[in-house]
Design a binder for this molecule. Structure first.
Ligand code: PMP
Length: 364
């Protein structure tokens, strides 16, 4: 099996699995309990939070969630609700994951003015986001890395620019595809465990000390009342282990990308949809004349797993390619290959061979 769908999810690493088992066997107390077991569980959470903050290079709070969908909802609704008296304008992008774009739709139905920018309409996208901010803007929410194409939005530039223009405007970053790969600047940042070789069902929301959120759920007051419910200690321990095991040196991704683009350049009917300066581990390309699904299943028969776009769109047509200026025909034949550190150049060569065969067989 050759797994090239790591932007959808990654294989849990042995370090994460081991940490979860140790925690579940020996440190399974409830962090709210006053006895020794509770104190140990609380220490496990604190250590996981410190490790994630260190990897982000930040001080502030980490709130554990069920995943980045929940983190994005908490940040977008929580900030909009907290700041709505100051203004009602929100700036976002048209290429967000549904866990940001769907909350934005709700906020616009509730009377917020949501400005959604398309990369295809702006040469300098960071500048466009900053320029869209005015004195009434309470929130800017954007992704660091697009999950479908690997397009990067420089969070440092946007964060600095927005704060210079309107210091009281909050900046939320969907950091899912950038965490452990790029620096992430935001007042709040969403993270997901299963994209970095931890398990599904754990994510986090980073929040700096000054950002106020209105909670979306209510209960026992855990995590400062912002995300009540008994904390997932075993999953937090696994998240910490996955972060520690994630390498700092990611040249593996640039080598794999270089090898794949080399192959693609020599094949007929291939157009690369990812920007040249996109993230190295995601490459989106179209095999003109062959529908994505046909190619995807052809590759699957050979034991090679890729994606036809975003796994989260579940067959629905994604508005994202259009916002990047990718034509309908190209979007319809797009494949996304996304690497992990466990992939090899040999696997890339096998994929290229299979693509060549698929092109001969299907491309019309
Ligand atoms: N944002 C982005 C950019 C993503 O790629 C994903 C996962 N596809 C999410 C948010 C949602 O993350 P989760 O699966 O942890 O809810």
């Amino acid at each position: 099996m050759i797994y090239f769908d790591n932007a959808a999810t990654t294989k849990p690493c042995p370090e994460a699995a081991e940490a979860a088992v140790i925690c579940a066997s020996d440190r399974f107390g409830n962090p709210s309990s006053l006895h020794h077991m509770g104190v140990e569980a609380e220490k496990t959470l604190a250590s996981a939070k410190r490790t994630i903050l260190d990897r982000l290079g930040k001080e502030g709070e980490i709130l554990f969630t069920s995943g980045a969908t929940e983190s994005n909802n908490m940040a977008v609704f929580g900030i909009a609700e907290a700041l709505k008296r100051r203004g009602n304008r929100i700036v976002t992008t048209a290429v967000e994951h549904p866990s940001v774009s769907a909350p934005m739709k709700k906020l616009s139905e509730r009377g917020f003015e949501v400005v959604s920018l398309k990369p295809k309409e702006h040469g300098d996208f960071e500048r466009a986001i900053i320029d869209a901010v005015d004195e009434k803007t309470v929130l800017v929410s954007f992704m660091a890395v697009n999950n479908e194409t690997g397009f990067i939005i420089d969070t440092k530039t946007v964060y600095g620019g927005v704060k210079r223009k309107n210091p009281s405007c909050a900046v939320h970053v969907d950091g899912v595809q950038g965490f452990c790969k790029l620096p992430l600047y935001g007042d709040t940042v969403s993270l997901s465990g299963h994209k970095i070789h931890c398990f599904k069902g754990i994510g986090a929301l980073y929040k700096n000390k000054d950002t106020r959120l209105i909670p979306l759920s209510f209960g026992g007051g855990q995590q400062g009342g912002l995300r009540p419910g008994t904390e997932p200690v075993e999953l937090a321990a696994a998240f910490e282990a996955a972060v520690k095991a994630y390498p700092e040196n990611l040249t593996i991704f640039s080598s794999l990308r270089h090898r794949l683009t080399g192959h693609l350049e020599r094949l007929n009917r291939i157009i690369i949809n990812s920007p040249e300066n996109g993230i190295d581990n995601i490459l989106n390309f179209s095999v003109l004349g062959a529908r994505s699904e046909i190619m995807l299943h052809f590759l699957e028969e050979k034991g090679i797993y890729v994606s036809s776009g975003s796994a989260c769109s579940k067959g629905k047509i994604s508005p994202v390619p259009e916002a990047f200026g990718i034509s309908h025909e190209r979007a319809d034949s797009a494949l996304r290959v996304s690497f992990s550190r466990y992939n090899t150049e040999k696997e890339v060569d096998i994929l290229a061979e299979a693509l060549e065969e698929g092109i001969k067989r299907f491309a019309r």
